[in-house]
Design a protein around this ligand. Structure first.
Ligand SMILES: CC(C)(COP(=O)(O)OP(=O)(O)OC[C@H]1O[C@@H](n2cnc3c(N)ncnc32)[C@H](O)[C@@H]1OP(=O)(O)O)[C@@H](O)C(=O)NCCC(=O)NCCS
Length: 184
């Protein structure tokens, strides 16, 4: 498949309005991500209010955080994210209040189907898989939250964990795949 044909195929589910929205979202978050911390958190908080489906109360977002498909993401109050984190709301992401996300975390709610060998995975449309992150969750640096996972209230995710399954309330999970080491 030529790259142009791939792009045409990829654009199929996207209206012109949605494509423009994604472009502006990328531009605004990209520029806001360059503004240093103290002033920048206010700019990014305002952009969250503008581009997310819902963003209640305060948010504290460090520089260089990427948010895509924000119109499918809801966050509660006291939302904090550290630098380098990537959040893709393609399949929908619901976050509660007091969610703290470390640096370089990946939370992406879409997955490419992998059954069979053709067409190449590269050329397949993503499947939406909603992620839910309940109140009072802390996600350590470098963790990956897999599509379709629910992090129950009070979960702590250790640094570099890969969370492939739903967690129990107030559990601490570490490793790849993540497993529970104890309750809080
Ligand atoms: C998950 C975490 C909170 C656990 O802290 P804790 O309860 O003090 O845990 P301990 O240090 O007592 O470790 C308990 C066991 O889990 C292991 N462990 C702890 N964190 C781990 C991690 N991230 N990955 C793999 N194993 C881990 C320890 O090696 C130890 O194993 P052992 O019993 O075989 O020796 C912490 O280790 C962590 O990862 N914090 C995230 C830090 C971070 O990312 N900060 C920046 C972002 S804001």
């Amino acid at each position: 498949m030529s790259y142009l044909a791939f792009l045409r195929d990829k654009a199929k589910g996207y209206s012109l309005g949605l494509m423009l929205r994604l472009e502006f979202e990328s531009l605004f978050f990209g520029l806001a991500g360059l503004v240093p911390t103290t002033f920048g958190v206010f700019v990014r908080a305002a952009i969250c209010k503008l581009f997310l489906k819902s963003c209640r109360g305060l948010s504290w977002i460090q520089p260089r955080v990427t948010i895509v498909h924000g119109d499918r993401i809801t966050v509660g109050s006291h939302f904090a994210v550290n630098s380098g984190t990537y959040i893709n709301g393609f399949g929908g992401i619901e976050m509660g209040s007091h969610v703290l996300i470390g640096s370089n975390v990946t939370i992406s709610s879409g997955q490419h189907p992998i059954d069979g060998r053709l067409p190449p995975v590269f050329a397949r449309q993503s499947l939406p898989k909603k992620i839910v992150i309940e109140d009072d969750v802390w996600i350590g640096a470098g963790a990956v939250i897999m599509p379709g996972v629910r992090l129950a209230q009070g979960t702590v995710v250790g640094a570099n964990a890969v969370v492939t399954r739903d967690t129990e309330p107030y559990s601490i999970v570490v490793g790849a795949p993540a497993h529970k080491i104890r309750n809080r």
